[in-house]
Design a protein around this ligand. Structure first.
Ligand SMILES: Cc1cc2nc3c(=O)[nH]c(=O)nc-3n(C[C@H](O)[C@H](O)[C@H](O)COP(=O)(O)O)c2cc1C
Length: 221
């Protein structure tokens, strides 16, 4: 796959088929992604991958806690209020997703179903968790972000779709218990991986992007 196509075609898939991703494919994806650059080649990522019965246990606990309204407590806290332009873009995203389901953002059922879908990792057969040592700085989060994109693109190259989702790491104690992730690692983000369920109404949805003129300033040309 051309990089151009990969960048433009990657998208967040929010409904996966109940079909496992072979371990060999995951290994190839992660081997490619390990070529991601990092500050002074520190390679701060510690990667944990869950599938099968372990992931089902995590999923069940997440669903139970979400139903019981247990507050999310990710290791890296949620951002506070977004600046207005960012907030507008998140509103546009939510509205676009609601419209694919023939509803509006005023519909409480839409938000509830979205939360539950998030907390079941959209049915993905596999989640990759990116962690790093607690002692590291924000620059290592930057490196993990680059790693994240590498994983999604390497996955796409093998026909595996992805959803980067903070919701996958909202109960880090569950992940520590099930995956043996030590306390001195921060669990930064999870990436759900799998094969798209084409019957999902949101499968046709594509999020908007700022134009080049809006996002980029050129000088000296
Ligand atoms: C750090 C990060 C966290 C995210 N968390 C979630 C999440 O919890 N749930 C979700 O549905 N999407 C999540 N997303 C996906 C974004 O909403 C999505 O990338 C964005 O809307 C752009 O759409 P696209 O990925 O389809 O191009 C997250 C993305 C990033 C980069």
């Amino acid at each position: 796959m051309e990089v151009h196509d990969a960048l433009r075609n990657r998208r967040t898939v929010r409904a996966f088929l109940n079909r496992p991703v072979p371990r060999e494919s995951l290994q190839e994806i992660l081997e490619d992604a390990l070529h991601t650059p990092s500050w002074a080649n520190t390679q701060p990522w510690e990667v944990h991958v869950a599938a099968g019965e372990v992931l089902e246990r995590i999923r069940r606990t997440y669903e139970e806690r979400t139903t019981a309204k247990v507050p999310a407590q990710p290791d890296l806290p949620f951002p506070g209020a977004w600046p207005a332009p960012c907030r507008e873009r998140t509103k546009e995203l939510t509205l676009g997703r609601a419209l694919t389901r023939n509803t509006t953002t005023d519909d409480p059922a839409f938000h509830h179903e979205f939360l539950m879908a998030n907390r079941r990792f959209f049915g993905a057969p596999c989640v990759v968790y990116l962690c790093m040592a607690r002692a590291l700085s924000q620059w290592s989060v930057f490196d993990l972000g680059a790693m994240c994109q590498s994983i999604t693109l390497a996955a796409q190259d093998r026909g595996v779709e992805s959803a980067i989702a903070i919701n996958t790491v909202c109960y880090p104690d569950v992940l520590r218990a099930e995956l043996g992730i030590p306390d001195d690692l921060v669990i930064v983000i999870g990436i759900a991986l799998g094969y798209v369920d084409p019957s999902d109404p949101e499968d046709s949805f594509r999020s908007a992007r700022r134009t080049l003129a809006e996002a980029v300033s050129f000088k000296g040309f």
